[in-house]
Design a protein around this ligand. Sequence first.
Ligand SMILES: N[C@@H](CCC(=O)N[C@@H](CS)C(=O)NCC(=O)O)C(=O)O
Length: 207
Amino acid sequence: MILVGQYDSPYVRRVAVSLRVLGFDYEHDTRSVFADFDAMRAVNPLGRIPALVLDDGEVLIDSAAILDWLDQTVGPERALLPPSGAQRRRGLRRIALATGAIDKIGAAAYERMIRPAALRWPEWTLRCLTQGTGAIAALAAEPWPAEERLDQAQITTTCMIRYVRMADPDLLPPGRFPTLDALSERCESHPAFQATRPADYVLPRNP
Ligand SMILES: N[C@@H](CCC(=O)N[C@@H](CS)C(=O)NCC(=O)O)C(=O)O
């Protein structure tokens, strides 16, 4: 199968980490969602990453749908999201906070880096940052026991932390939330995270 999208996208990265943790082999198509927009739209009509091209040619789009397919494929014992009950609700809440933080802090970063200066809307940016940092604070207040098995809430939250530290480092400096620092350090030392660690955040930039 082929994973389309670069690892500076936390959505691509959470899929890549999950594929590796669950033992799937994949090829990596690193076309750029911005620089290769038309080619990207040929894979995903939305022109977004990630997409996963299965061996029979079926194309899965949206990281949540891809992760759902992975969990269904490996079955409930190995699934990265618990199949039901309070554990599943807890996992889904954490994942919603982490992906919400990515969306809001990402929107503010797009505003700052891509939108021409004259068209920026500071109140909107501030609202996005308030939402994103609120979600991060809520995640920091959750317990993240070191002995817990690696699951999707940990994977997505760790991908979010790395993303925020690339997109807007001042929002999540080391030391502000020791629980999240510990989670991130633990997960980032795992081979699946090391193999997918993005060095930089690649965006077209406007002055
Ligand atoms: N809900 C989607 C979000 C994916 C997403 O936001 N991807 C970003 C990269 S991090 C993207 O493709 N951005 C380009 C665009 O939307 O134009 C998912 O979970 O896959």
